[in-house]
Design a binder for this molecule. Structure first.
Ligand SMILES: *[C@@H]1O[C@H](CO)[C@@H](O)[C@H](O)[C@H]1NC(C)=O
Ligand SMILES: *[C@@H]1O[C@H](CO)[C@@H](O)[C@H](O)[C@H]1NC(C)=O
Ligand SMILES: *[C@@H]1O[C@H](CO)[C@@H](O)[C@H](O)[C@H]1NC(C)=O
Ligand SMILES: *[C@@H]1O[C@H](CO)[C@@H](O)[C@H](O)[C@H]1NC(C)=O
Ligand SMILES: *[C@@H]1O[C@H](CO)[C@@H](O)[C@H](O)[C@H]1NC(C)=O
Ligand SMILES: [Zn+2]
Length: 745
């Protein structure tokens, strides 16, 4: 043996000994250097309970009083200057930093001196039964000169005179009933549609498709008053007959003049005449006014499911009954579109170890009027959560990852602020964002929690809801101590009654671009009303009556429900920012997909079978996905937490899984919605479709004259699903999967 060999063996021995000691030191004994020890452990639970204690109901009440004191519609001085600056300054001084993002976008307003209205008109132009041009003021805090009268944003201006037809909710099926079952020709008519069930923009789109010349949207008490019609606001929280629901009827998201690009200084703005705006005038009215028109209609009695709660016989028209058969319905709209600057305010708490990973929290700031529910109940909560976190920073807490607070502008017009920001910052956010947690509003009612989320966040939602005290003392007395307990009792999952039902994310709030364009996992939470009421939304939705008085007197005396939402939001944010391994549950995605496949088989099995088509390839892909998800979670459990690179490797796989569901070509060719598993329903963007491409291909397929093309489309959609799910499964596997045959761990 040569000397160098001897030395080599000795050196090897010494090296092994040293490595052994190091491994022992770092892996077995807790005697790590302080920074590594802290970096490899989850955030201390004491911080999470401290955060909950720090969140105060009376501070949320003060915030709401401030934010809802004046109307603050998008583009107004109050929203873009006063409130945006207030938020900016608050975050600038209490968090690690804040920034304002400005966009110049197309908005729409009613003419304040020439209001929109509806009337019955004779052939020589004499008007009767003219609708209210302003909503009647019912309590002192609604009195403000900057209240914007009821209107539907982006309706074109126009004066339409035509025969009225009642079109129920204005859904495709409703129009099919009139045109197919009753053989009505709707060309040139003025449709009266009730609000509810589907997004109002889809109602207008349908009216346009079926030839209507204009549309009136009204709130039927069947959808907005569960109590007696003589006990409405101000006596109770139900919608009075003078209330009208404002809202956008734009069918795209983001600034309509700069689709898919941010409306910044260098933007190329399209011409208004070249974009996809609604083509028929439309305006909203209350049920007192609607009654005047509906009670005078001619034609067939409407089917049972079309009947509302007004004391009249619902008839479909067309036209008015004698003696008014010569009269028409007139729709007078003088709204206009205009470019204005809107702002997002972003506040940041910088993470200690993974500052380049963002946990994003957001709420919109703009309201149709006072917005005490939508959105300021959420804004009041977000501001209190950020204050509580800033107090914790003073006491020495630092999150592992960065936390962003976002105050969005112009959500009501079509998710404009959040969409523009995703367009501008997408390349930064896509690879670095852990999840987006939205609270559009905190409080639609005080009965139970309601959550929408992608499956990857369900488990975290449940765990967080179990940590939050039940704000309802009656419920606590009945043994339901936490928010989770009431939630599961009120909304049990139909597949597993031991967990609550979590809804799927459609569109309709600021999570949309995060999920649909970038593939960022998202959730939206709020407290809501008792589901037995079967309301279309909380009663005062988008009316002038959404004020502090309504919330503090009739919906959340004491602000404990707001507080519970803030606590839940904070608990989720801290878990996502402070856990070493991200609390994202990939297996739930597999479970959910397999359930969707069995639903598809149940609903369309025989029809598919008759065309010799099966969803088997999709099912196989989902099973592979399930195995890969289980393997990833096993690796996550066994990961060496003191090795930051190993930890980040696993976390990146968890964080990026949702990205794999994005098809850059869009679902069924729609570039606004790209998530292949969940996207807004083609006929109602509020609702989500599971497997939306397939759902669109199968919708009303039996009535399509071109059967061959449609069935090829079904096959194409199944193939896209199988491919996408397999791709997603591959992202969860170990790195070797790409170079080794048959590596299936
Ligand atoms: C946005 O506009 C505000 C008010 O004009 C201005 O103070 C701010 O600097 C602008 N922000 C950016 C990023 O341009
Ligand atoms: C509002 O209506 C008045 C009266 O018809 C008109 O003079 C004015 O130009 C309109 N304003 C806008 C912004 O269209
Ligand atoms: C309309 O016609 C279809 C097909 O003939 C029928 O199935 C449906 O029940 C009818 N709808 C109503 C409300 O009568
Ligand atoms: C409906 O009526 C319009 C004219 O009012 C006519 O041009 C159109 O062809 C009619 N449509 C059908 C399907 O009959
Ligand atoms: C909860 O809401 C109901 C109306 O649905 C109201 O009667 C009740 O007083 C509210 N509770 C609180 C604490 O505000
Ligand atoms: Zn909202």
């Amino acid at each position: 043996m040569k000397l160098c060999q001897v030395l080599g063996i000795v050196a090897l021995g010494v090296a092994s000994f040293v490595i052994g000691i190091l491994i022992g030191r770092f892996a077995i004994t807790p005697d790590l250097p302080g920074w590594l020890k802290s970096m490899s452990s989850d955030g201390e639970p004491k911080y999470r309970s401290e955060l909950q204690k720090e969140i105060q109901a009376d501070k949320i009440e003060q915030n709401l009083r401030y934010f809802s004191s004046k109307p603050h519609i998008a583009g107004s001085t109050q929203d873009e200057d006063v409130l945006a600056s207030h938020i900016y300054q608050t975050w600038q001084s209490s968090l690690h930093g804040a920034k304002i993002y400005n966009y110049t976008v197309l908005l729409s307003y009613p003419n304040s001196t020439d209001p929109n209205y509806v009337a019955i008109v004779s052939s020589d132009g004499v008007e009767s039964d003219v609708s209210e041009k302003v909503e009647k003021i019912l309590s002192a805090d609604q009195n403000d000169p900057t209240v914007v009268n009821p209107f539907n944003a982006y309706s074109p201006a126009g004066v339409i005179v035509g025969n009225p037809v009642y079109v129920n909710y204005g859904a495709v099926e409703d129009f099919h009933y009139l045109t197919r079952n009753l053989s009505m020709n709707l060309t040139g008519t003025v449709a009266i549609a009730r609000y509810g069930k589907i997004f109002r923009g889809d109602k207008v789109k349908n009216g346009q498709t079926f030839g209507c010349a204009g549309m009136i949207l009204y709130s039927d008490p069947a959808d907005y008053v569960a109590g007696d019609l003589d006990r409405v606001f101000p006596d109770d929280w139900w919608l009075p007959g003078t209330g009208a629901q404002r809202g956008t009827v734009l069918n795209t998201d983001g600034d309509p003049l700069t689709p898919f690009y941010p409306a910044t200084k260098s933007a190329f703005f399209l011409d208004e005449k070249d974009i996809n705006l609604p083509l028929i005038p439309v305006t909203p009215i209350g049920y007192n006014d609607a009654e005047k028109y509906l009670s005078k209609m001619a034609g067939n009695e409407a089917p049972g499911s079309w009947k509302g709660k007004l004391n009249l016989i619902y008839r479909v028209g067309p036209g008015f009954a004698p003696p008014l058969e010569e009269r028409k319905l007139k729709l007078y709209v003088k709204s206009y579109n205009v470019k204005r600057t809107i702002r997002n305010v972003i506040g940041i708490i910088e993470g200690q170890y993974e500052a380049d990973r963002y946990v994003v929290l957001g709420n919109h700031r703009d309201a149709w009027v006072f917005g005490a529910i939508d959105p300021s109940s959420g804004t009041a909560t977000m501001m209190e959560l950020s204050r509580a976190m800033s107090r914790m920073l003073e006491r020495g807490w630092r999150p592992r990852r960065s936390i962003l607070f976002c105050s969005w502008g112009a959500e009501e017009y079509g998710l404009i602020g959040s969409t523009e920001w995703i367009e501008e910052m997408g390349k930064v956010l896509g690879p670095r964002t852990v999840a987006y947690l939205n609270v559009d509003l905190s409080l639609a009612g005080n009965s139970t929690l309601r959550a929408l989320a992608t499956p990857i966040l369900h488990k975290l939602l449940f765990e967080a809801a179990k940590k939050v005290e039940n704000p309802n003392p009656e419920e606590v007395k009945a043994g339901r101590k936490t928010v989770f307990d009431t939630w599961v009792a009120n909304m049990p999952s139909s597949n597993n009654p031991s967990i609550p039902r979590v809804g799927d994310l459609g569109s309709g709030s600021d999570y949309s671009a995060f999920l649909q364009i970038l593939g960022i996992s998202a959730a939206d939470v709020r407290y809501t009303y008792d589901q037995k009421y079967a309301l279309s939304s909380y009663p005062m939705y988008h009316s002038v009556y959404e004020t502090m008085d309504l919330v503090s007197r009739l919906m959340d005396r004491g602000f404990k429900y707001h507080q519970a939402v803030a606590r839940l939001w904070g608990e989720m944010a801290l878990r996502l920012s402070d856990d070493v391994i991200l609390s994202l549950d990939c297996v739930q995605y597999a479970v959910t997909m397999l359930r969707i496949i069995s639903d598809v088989e149940e609903a369309y099995g025989p029809l598919l079978h008759s065309k010799s088509i099966t969803p088997d390839s999709v099912k196989e892909a989902a099973k592979e996905f399930e195995a890969a998800a289980q393997a990833l979670h096993r690796r996550a459990e066994n990961v060496n937490k003191v090795n930051p690179l190993e930890v980040r490797k696993i976390n990146d796989q968890l964080m990026l899984l949702e990205r794999a569901f994005v098809d850059p070509l869009g679902v069924a060719g729609n570039l606004l919605y790209r998530h292949v598993i969940y996207a807004p329903n083609q006929h109602n963007i509020y609702a989500a479709s599971s497997f939306p491409g397939l759902a669109a291909a199968l919708f009303d397929i039996e009535n399509d004259p071109d059967q061959e093309t449609r069935w090829l489309q079904v096959q194409k959609e199944l193939s896209i699903l199988a491919y996408t799910i397999t791709s997603a499964a591959n992202t969860m596997r170990d790195h070797r999967t790409i170079g080794e045959e048959g590596v299936q761990q």
